[in-house]
Write a protein that binds this ligand. Structure first.
Ligand SMILES: Cc1cn([C@H]2C[C@H](O)[C@@H](COP(=O)(O)OP(=O)(O)O[C@H]3O[C@H](C)C(=O)[C@H](O)[C@H]3O)O2)c(=O)[nH]c1=O
Length: 186
């Protein structure tokens, strides 16, 4: 696997290194040792799958507060997504900044999202499936979120969402103080 750092510390784009032959290809999609060599201490404890019927379905922006913060590996296993991470670590140089990457089943690439970041995506094709490798098992009631269109973050989405859940529309907007300290709603 090839790990490419992004402008958000700890967020990586991960590309396959396929072994090709007449049958197609074979590639390693996850390995704790290779992750550790890239400086990522991540063990996948739960794998989730979402099916997204319509093009321009938006899920996010999701995060969980400590001690339930989640790291995750995101991969589109059918179709393609515009995947976004937002830095929510007040001490980070990129606090409230975001990074995005197109992920597709065709390329088999993925994103690693560390604890302390919010995550969301917009599907770029109909019938897109997304696989989530989670760094901790699910705990009901711990999901938190930001609005995908929060002007304090200003994510540049490639299109407006055609389908978005009521909860994702109901997350609070950040009230970022002028001193750019931690927003009151986090
Ligand atoms: C993860 C999980 C969820 N659920 C239930 C909870 C909800 O009633 C329903 C949907 O789960 P969630 O609200 O987490 O689904 P999304 O809002 O699409 O969030 C997902 O997509 C965004 C972009 C992410 O980054 C999240 O990590 C990922 O969970 O399934 C369970 O019952 N068990 C589980 O393990």
């Amino acid at each position: 696997m090839r790990f490419t750092p992004t402008k958000i510390a700890g967020v990586f784009h991960i590309e396959l290194e396929p072994h090709r032959d007449e049958r197609g290809f074979f590639a390693r999609a996850y390995c704790t040792e290779e992750f550790a060599q890239a400086g990522i201490d991540f063990v996948s404890t739960q794998i989730n799958l979402s099916r997204n019927t319509a093009q321009h379905t938006l899920r996010g922006m999701h995060y969980q507060d400590a001690p339930y913060a989640e790291a995750k590996v995101i991969r589109s296993v059918r179709g393609a997504i515009y995947d976004v991470a937002v830095d929510l670590r007040p001490d980070s140089a990129t606090y409230l900044q975001w990074t995005a990457q197109r992920l597709s089943a065709e390329r088999g690439d993925a994103m690693f999202i560390p604890e302390g970041c919010a995550h969301g995506f917009l599907t770029l094709e109909a019938e897109t499936d997304v696989l989530y490798q989670m760094g901790r098992p699910y705990v009901p009631g711990q999901a938190r979120g930001l609005r995908y269109d929060d002007p304090a973050i200003a994510i540049a989405w490639p299109a407006s969402p055609a389908v978005i859940g009521a909860q994702d529309l109901a997350w609070p907007l950040l009230q970022v103080a002028r001193s750019s300290q931690k927003p009151s709603s986090l």
